[in-house]
Design a protein around this ligand. Structure first.
Ligand SMILES: *[C@@H]1O[C@H](CO)[C@@H](O)[C@H](O)[C@H]1NC(C)=O
Ligand SMILES: *[C@@H]1O[C@H](CO)[C@@H](O)[C@H](O)[C@H]1NC(C)=O
Length: 550
């Protein structure tokens, strides 16, 4: 299944072996770092909307992602790595807090299903009492920075501009997008154009273009609207500067490089345009990969490979439905997994690439098949870095139950026994659409609901702005009275007939999952949605940050 372009499998193995031996030798030489007891630097590289099928080392043999592939060949590649949501805002919140975002209302409800923050002036975000990876690492004396996309809230009140922004969540500096890239940033719109989008409630494209297309440095707007061409390179240059500046400092650094790519709109620097075999989407993937390479090279040049943990992932699966005005597909590809973005219970929406590299410390060129979650990243990074657990580092968080667990044992190549009995809940907005249970040799997945797919496909139509729904009459198939059950170890792509509801296996497993759900619902009360509010939808100019020097 996992093919590698331009090299035979034997060549590939030899190559991995050479790289690994080299890094072990370097690791031994570099053990001075350890004697100083300085915890390792940490770099998170997060792509936006990138499908697991868009990456060379996950089986794509026509797209070129040599730098992500290199990261995998020098580290641990996870094949069963799961996002906690199939939309940006909730998935990113889960990554940073190690908790289901439904616990703090950062998911839509069925009454007004707006799946993400859609206005820079929206008052929602990660609540101030939640603790992020950055807050934890800042408490451990790291210098912390985010470069790129935030999309996790800025404002909470009129006098509290920026009070939910990255600087309030543990990041010492911020350069990038308070929101996200949106298709509208690329096109000129007259004020009265109606959104082309029918599936999601959306703001006026004019407002989108004029209000949300801002670039910030810390609390200040430094560019509006954003100049798209070369934007990826500008973000990468900023991160390179940060790494270089902090390479030899006493404190370790934490960099969260959150790519704008490969979300729409599809733009690239001139040297990347038309290079890929997959149109403008492919060009975007390859430009993002070039950015990964540039950041990895910086670490190598500064001799930081052996004291820097690097984690790469995508926030969720590719957007299957989206096309440009000419009907060309401009969304990602999720391999053989069914479904995509905004399908929280479908594998294609949440199965993402996930790679950890820490040369000389973690195994090299290794693949792990155990189910893991992006919510595991926070506890795992603390553990790898030899830091105290979150509740010790940040005592005010001691009542916050984490949904992620420390998977460093799995990364170290240990047995996956720690995952025995683990349950993953798969939310689509605030609803639970699927449940996954790890037990013995099985990874069971139970589907309770699923978006209505276009016949013969695993997507909800196609067109500009088209996306699935998590709720709504006629938009979702309710399976809860007779859930579909699969064993992903036997049927990874859910291609075969689901396990028969008449079988003993079905009865036992479904009963166990239903009991788990009942207990969960009794114990964990979800607060009201922060996204399903008029304040999220209506632009409120008095919250709009403006550029004073543009
Ligand atoms: C590789 O990715 C491109 C772009 O998403 C996609 O069109 C193509 O089908 C993928 N190829 C394979 C073998 O997965
Ligand atoms: C951070 O630095 C302070 C002061 O230098 C020190 O007391 C504290 O133990 C450090 N924290 C960690 C987790 O290393």
């Amino acid at each position: 299944m996992h093919r590698f372009s331009s090299r035979t499998r034997e060549d590939k193995l030899l190559w991995v072996l050479m790289v690994c031996v080299a890094s072990l030798i370097k690791g031994a030489v570099g053990s001075e770092d350890l004697q100083l007891h300085k915890p390792p630097n940490i770099v998170i590289l997060l792509a936006d909307d990138l499908g697991i099928g868009d990456v060379g080392c996950y089986g794509n043999d026509t797209i070129r992602t040599p730098h992500i592939d290199r990261l995998a060949s020098e580290g641990v590649r996870l094949t069963h790595h799961l996002a906690a949501a199939a939309m940006c805002t909730p998935s990113r919140a889960a990554l940073l807090t190690a908790r289901y975002p439904a616990r703090y209302g950062l998911v839509a409800d069925p009454i007004l299903p707006v799946p993400v923050l859609i206005q820079i002036t929206s008052p929602g975000g990660i609540p101030g009492d939640e603790v992020t990876i950055a807050t934890a690492l800042a408490a451990a004396n790291y210098t912390t920075a985010i470069v790129g996309k935030w999309h996790l809230g800025m404002n909470c009140s009129l006098w509290g501009r920026g009070c939910l922004g990255p600087l309030r969540h543990g990041f010492h500096s911020f350069f990038g997008l308070p929101m996200s890239l949106f298709q509208e940033y690329a096109d000129p719109y007259p004020f009265w154009t109606l959104p082309a989008d029918t599936a999601v409630i959306q703001v006026s494209p004019w407002i989108q273009n004029h209000a949300n297309s801002v670039l910030m440095r810390d609390g200040e707007v430094v560019e509006a609207p954003i100049k798209l061409e070369g934007f990826s390179q500008r973000l990468v240059a900023e991160s390179r500067r940060f790494i270089t500046e902090h390479a030899n400092s006493e404190r370790p650094f934490f960099l969260f490089h959150s790519f704008g790519h490969v979300h729409t709109p599809m733009f690239t620097a001139p040297h990347m345009a038309g290079r890929s075999k997959h149109g403008r989407y492919g060009d975007n993937v390859e430009e993002m990969d070039e950015g990964v390479g540039s950041l990895l090279d910086t670490l190598t040049q500064l001799g930081l490979e052996n004291n820097t943990v690097v984690y790469f992932a995508s926030d969720h699966g590719g957007h299957l439905e989206v096309t440009d005005d000419d009907g060309q597909r401009i969304g990602g590809h999720n391999g053989r997994f069914k479904g995509g973005k905004r399908q929280g219970g479908s594998e294609g929406g949440i199965r993402v690439p996930g790679i950890f590299r820490w040369s000389g410390h973690l195994p090299c060129g290794v693949t792990q098949h155990s189910p893991t979650s992006m919510m595991d990243v926070l506890p795992t990074l603390l553990s790898l870095a030899g830091l105290p657990p979150l509740h010790t580092l940040v005592p005010r968080a001691s009542h916050k139950e984490l949904d992620g667990t420390d998977i460093s044992e799995i990364l170290q190549g240990g047995a996956a026994e720690s995952q025995e009995g683990r349950v993953f809940l798969h939310h689509c907005d605030s609803a639970i659409h699927a449940v996954r249970l790890v037990t013995g040799d099985h990874v069971y997945k139970m589907h309770l609901a699923r978006p209505k797919w276009f016949p013969g496909s695993t997507q909800c139509g196609w067109g500009r702005g088209v996306i699935c729904s998590c709720s709504g009459y006629g938009l979702v198939t309710d399976l809860s009275s007779r859930p579909e059950l699969y064993d992903l170890n036997k049927d990874p792509y859910e291609d075969k007939q689901p396990i028969s509801p008449e079988s003993e296996e079905y009865k036992v497993v479904v009963k166990q999952m239903r009991e788990y759900l009942e207990q969960w619902k009794a114990r964990v009360k979800y607060p009201p949605s922060q996204l399903s509010t008029l304040a999220n939808i209506i632009w409120r100019p008095w919250y709009q940050p403006v550029c004073h020097n543009c």
